[in-house]
Design a protein around this ligand. Structure first.
Ligand code: ADP
Ligand code: MG
Ligand code: ZN
Length: 644
């Protein structure tokens, strides 16, 4: 409010008003400057102020001079006035101003002054005030121009930054030497062999070009996370001794449309300058998803980035010595244009390592660690099915940390086993205090463990424990998965697996009664439903017959259309499926309960032992069980060999 009034009263000159309309941001600042300068200018002598002084006329001055009343006259030729000091007046107080005749030299005045002995002076810098006024105005204009310029520059800068985003912040990394060799990568021998060829392309391209072979441009590494895709790409660069450019697919895509595309351009430009080299694009599915699909339509920025990538890949000749390696764990969602010949036409699977692979990876990562002589890497490999290379590396590191924490000199099997549990299940926490809850957990876990031991087709027990783990796990019974049958599961195996899952709840029911069962079986029950449904709808393992009712579900995924997922049965069939699933679960539950009931004494003894020592390993467990009943025939040989 106040500012508005000010502005009205102090209306700026014309050029200022123009400037104001030019930029609203500038307005405030300029008004302030203007007001400030107005204040200063107001302080300057001006004709308006001199009106207040007693003016004398020219003739009055001459009169007073002749009468001897004047002591001093100061001429100011520029303004055409004279300052007059009268007798008896101090210098500051009152000065009288006399307007002189313009252009005239005023000889009478000089004459009179000489005659009457009046001090006569001419001001050296004529009209100082006028010059000050000029300077002030010049300064004002200058300041305003500066303010305007900075404002303009700042606004253009902001937009300029957005435009230069991709350039000014290069997001790819370049490693001149990765220092990784094929020896550092284990367990994925097929992939290594395929990529060995790429190394030769980079090292001795003549060998291929001489006979007219085109060097491939792109290799797509496909596999779950942590299996060593990045490592493998680095190893190729390391083996070939070429620079390694890497960027993650997710780093291409930014808030601004066009940034990703410019990053792609930058990356390829840099790579061309450094050829031969490797460009590694991690998580390529982040940019390479099928265009124009998914929920909510396409993503302009992503598509532009992908198009730019395709253009760049087409743009360089096969023999320039740049090889692009991309990694993904979702090859199914990639745009088909990416997989065309001339782009990522080579696909290399990098799968989770098998037993031998895990052993190899453990050997690589054990190189720089101090292991106790009686540690068996093979035994560790056996105990870690489903572990990726990254998890194995992480596990060995955990074991090393545990060893240091326990102030031991070398890693022993104890630390390794703890590390395996820590990585696969969660960090161990302090044991529970004795309570009813702890007893319930003990019976629950013994229920699982007993079924693993007694059911002929279940995977044998590795260990059972009631040491709680982070993530709300009260205890667990862990089987040794059987890896030798290529993941094939028979109906009997699946039924036993479901029964094992139900064993925890069954034990609780048998011992504590229906009313006392806990929610601890929540995840078991979910797993049961999962397996039973698969048996009925996918594997054809029910009386509904041997035909698949559901295709292997693609998860609802942004890259794919929602509509491709549909059930292929009627509602009537759905009811029947539910009935079948229920009947499987009921059957297994009854079986689990029966075994609990028949082995109640054994169960009580195992629970007491578990409560006492918190953990029972598979071997000890089986020995105790064998005292009560005969153990079913199972493939335990390999495991026992590894353990001893
Ligand atoms: P991905 O890129 O497939 O997700 P990484 O290559 O990033 O996996 O692997 C992470 C780490 O795990 C590696 O740095 C390495 O220490 C370890 N690792 C993974 N796979 C292997 C392997 N096959 N051989 C040796 N180490 C591996
Ligand atoms: Mg990676
Ligand atoms: Zn359970």
């Amino acid at each position: 409010m106040k500012q508005a009034e000010n502005r009205k009263s102090a209306r700026p000159p014309r050029h200022l008003r123009k400037a104001r309309t030019a930029g609203t941001v500038a307005t405030g600042a300029m008004t302030a400057v203007w007001l400030m300068l107005q204040g200063t200018i107001g302080g300057l002598p001006s004709s308006a102020q001199s009106a207040n002084r007693n003016e004398l006329s020219y003739s009055e001055l001459l009169q007073k001079m002749n009468a001897g009343e004047v002591t001093r006259v100061e001429l100011d030729p520029a303004r055409g006035v004279a300052q007059v000091q009268l007798k008896g007046e101090s210098q500051q107080n009152a000065r009288h101003e006399v307007t002189l005749f313009a252009g005239d030299r005023n000889p009478e005045l000089i004459e009179a002054a000489r005659k009457n002995n009046v001090e006569l002076d001419v001001q050296r810098s004529p009209d100082g005030s006028a010059i000050a006024w000029l300077i002030m105005h010049g300064l004002l204009v200058f300041v305003l121009i500066m303010v305007l310029l900075t404002v303009i520059r700042r606004t253009t800068n902001a937009s300029g930054q957005a435009m230069n985003f991709g350039k000014s912040r290069a997001r790819f990394q370049m490693e001149a030497k990765t220092g990784v060799l094929f020896d550092d990568v284990a367990g994925i021998e097929e992939a290594k062999e395929e990529l060995q060829e790429v190394v030769t392309f980079l090292k001795k391209p003549e060998r291929f070009t001489a006979i007219g072979a085109k060097i491939p441009k792109g290799v797509l590494l496909v596999g779950p996370p942590g299996t060593g895709k990045t490592l493998l790409a680095k190893a190729i660069a390391g083996e070939a001794g070429v620079p390694f450019f890497s960027i993650s697919g997710s780093e291409f895509v930014e808030m601004f449309v066009g940034v990703g595309a410019s990053r792609v351009r930058d990356l390829f430009k840099k790579a061309k300058e450094n050829a031969p080299c490797i460009i590694f694009i991690d998580e390529i599915d982040a940019v390479g998803r099928q265009r124009g699909a998914g929920i909510g339509g396409g993503n302009d920025e992503r598509e532009q980035t992908l198009n730019q990538l395709l253009t760049e890949m087409d743009g360089f000749e096969g023999n320039t010595g740049i090889i692009i390696i991309a990694a993904t764990n979702r090859p199914d969602v990639l745009d088909s244009a990416l997989l065309r010949p001339g782009r990522f036409d080579r696909q290399v699977m990098v799968d989770l390592p098998g037993l031998k692979g895990r052993l190899g990876i453990l050997e690589v990562h054990a190189r720089n660690k101090k292991l106790d002589p009686d540690i068996s890497l093979e035994a560790i490999a056996r105990r870690t099915p489903g572990f990726s290379g990254a998890e194995l590396a992480n596990m060995l590191n955990e074991a090393a940390i545990l060893t240091a924490r326990r102030r031991k000199d070398a890693i022993t099997m104890l630390e390794v086993n703890d590390a395996i549990d820590r990585v696969s299940i969660g960090a161990a926490m302090a044991p529970l205090l004795d309570s009813k809850g702890k007893r319930i957990i003990a019976y629950h876990e013994i229920g699982h463990a007993l079924l693993m031991t007694l059911l002929p087709h279940a995977d044998p027990l590795d260990k059972v424990t009631i040491i709680p783990r982070s993530g709300g796990i009260g205890g667990f019974a862990k089987p040794i998965p059987d890896e030798d049958d290529f993941g094939l599961e028979s109906r009997a195996e699946l039924m036993d697996m479901i029964t094992v899952f139900l064993g925890g709840r069954a034990a609780e029911e048998e011992v504590f009664g229906q009313d006392e069962v806990t929610q601890g079986a929540q995840s078991d029950i979910r797993a049961v439903a999962n397996y039973a449904r698969r048996m009925v709808t996918r594997y054809g393992m029910s009386s509904l017959g041997s035909f698949a009712l559901e295709t292997t579900g693609h998860e609802v995924f942004l890259g794919r259309d929602l509509m491709t997922q549909s059930s292929e049965y009627s509602e009537q069939m759905a009811t029947q499926i539910d009935r079948q699933i229920r009947s499987i679960a009921m059957h297994c539950h009854a079986e689990a309960c029966r075994i609990m009931r028949d082995n109640r004494d054994l169960m009580d003894r195992l629970v007491d032992l578990l409560l006492e020592q918190e953990t029972i390993d598979g071997e000890e467990f089986r020995q105790i069980v064998a005292e009560y009943t005969t153990l079913p025939e199972k493939k335990l040989v390999t495991h026992q060999l590894a353990e001893s």
